[in-house]
Design a protein around this ligand. Sequence first.
Ligand code: SAM
Length: 357
Amino acid sequence: MRLIDLFAGCGGLTSGFETAGFRPVLAVEWDPSAAATYEENFGSHVLQGDITAVQDETFPSADVVVGGPPCQGFSQLGNRSQTDPRNRLWQEFARVVSHVQPSVFVLENVPQFLKSGQFQLMQDWTSDAGPLAGYELAWGVLNAADFGVAQRRKRAILIGSRVGTPTLPQPTHGEKGAYAWVGLDDALSGIPFEAGPSSLPNRARDDGIAGPFKAEELHLSRNPRELSLRRYDAVPPGGGRFDLPEDLLPACWANKPTGTTDVMGRLEWDKPSVTIRTEFFKPEKGRYLHPEYDLDDSSKRVNRPITHWEAARIQSFSDDFRWCGSKIEIARQIGNAVPPLLAETIAAHIRTSLLDS
Ligand SMILES: C[S@@+](CC[C@H](N)C(=O)[O-])C[C@H]1O[C@@H](n2cnc3c(N)ncnc32)[C@H](O)[C@@H]1O
């Protein structure tokens, strides 16, 4: 089962598909550090560059094409401008599918994609004369927590097939599944409460890109100000900025009595985390404080945001995964990825329902 991954990032999708028995034969990713991470884990078949410059003839045959075109244009957090050129990068995905003619394709994006004019256009393209003629589509919003990932992360998943009617996998966890949601106690087990040094080891590849780094080398501490530490200390599990006493409240939040409930939030051991975004190391951006907290004894509180290692674990990356780039670049790779465990479930579902028959 040959796999092509477009907009591959560090390879979250490829990781899950590989575990499910697929063999990656080509990937395209323009960010040099993400492409380096991909290469360290899956091999030198990754083309580092702009997909719009990759000619049709470059793509080998494949059974499945997967990809997560950039989603800033659709994301609620970003600029939702209809004219954002990144909104049209899925058309590059469609171009490659049209040329390679895989049995199945999988496109991942933010849920807003399904409400966009671009998605309407994509459906039109499956008509007889369109570039995606011959493909039937199935789509929906999947929550990674419903598939055993210790993270509530909702993403649009669209499966196209020309070998049978596609369906989405059914949840295995949570209200709709047989098992309870997986909590952080499971995902973070074995990781020390005390973070390591604040910088990555001084190591680089021949091309100058920092790394490769092991998971435990990403257990990076930060150097918060005294005021930040006092704020972290005031927030219990499940709490957030509303727990801050007045003297610790920044003016921007004091003047905004509602909304942004997750900022300065603390995670909870027995629950999945919120969505891990690219700036998970900044508690002022979301619910990213470590869950360990003794209500009575402040010396038994872990007053720091989650580290890169912890974020990678929450995203269900194996500790064997190797990472390349700066701290910020690696955080972006982690936050942008499809959780490998979700990808593996989708891959296994495609195999049994469409490809193995
Ligand atoms: C949402 S991330 C993909 C994450 C990936 N599916 C995973 O599971 O790890 C989108 C990726 O598209 C890459 N990208 C954006 N524009 C691109 C382009 N024109 N050509 C190639 N890659 C591009 C970005 O650098 C980013 O890594």
